[in-house]
Every structure is written in C-alpha cells, then in structure tokens.
Design a protein around this ligand. Structure first.
Ligand SMILES: [Zn+2]
Length: 115
C-alpha cells in the first residue's frame, strides 16, 4: 500500500470503520447486561456511530456526483477523480486536471492550496 489512496476510497474506509466501531460498542453493552442504564448508553453510542456512518455514506453519494470520470493514462481504465489531483482507483497512478501540475510530484496539498 502506498501513502495515498483515492479520496472516495478513503472516505468509504472511514464509513466502514464507523460501522465496525458501532457494532463493537453495541456488542460491548452485552457485558453490562446487569446494568440496564450502562447497557442502554452503550447501545445508544453504538447506534450513533452507525448513524454517523450512514451520513458519511450519504456524503460519499453527494461527492460521487461531483467526481469527474477520466480514463487513466497508465492502466486505461475508467476511474473517478475528485479535486485537482487524485489517484487512479485501480493502479494508484496520480492524476491531475491542472496542466500546470502535470509531471510534478504527486502531492495532495495541491487540492488545498488554491481553495
Ligand atoms: Zn490506472
């Protein structure tokens, strides 16, 4: 694994980890069966994580409408990119829409500089 991954994949991983955390917290509540209050708190917190993940998934859906479909120059597959620089979802080839940045070292900060 390289240092960078495609942004949408990163957010997707984050949403998935929220679901896992949610389930782990809810599962942890089982150990407090004798105390209904603590168990309820665990269940609620776990539920909140799952809600948060749903929101993140919704956000991914919103972002996906803003992505630009490009053909990767390296592997020739259709990939989606977000922002000025992103990475091919398949081969991790750095991609840019900005001609000034072409051929430069891949740097995610290019996305932030002009925003
Ligand atoms: Zn590629």
């Amino acid at each position: 694994m390289g240092k960078y991954s495609s942004k949408i994949n990163k957010i997707r991983t984050f949403a998935l980890s929220l679901i896992f955390i949610g389930f782990i917290v809810m599962y942890g509540g089982i150990f407090f069966r004798t105390s209904p209050v603590i168990m309820t708190i665990f269940m609620l917190v776990g539920f909140l994580f799952i809600i948060a993940s749903t929101i993140v998934y919704f956000w991914i859906g919103m972002l996906s409408t803003k992505t630009i479909q490009v053909v990767c120059p390296n592997c020739g597959k259709h990939t989606k990119m977000l922002g000025r620089v992103d990475m091919c979802m398949y081969c991790r080839e750095p991609l840019t829409l900005d001609r000034d940045l072409e051929g430069k070292e891949f740097d995610e900060t290019y996305n932030k500089k002009k925003l």
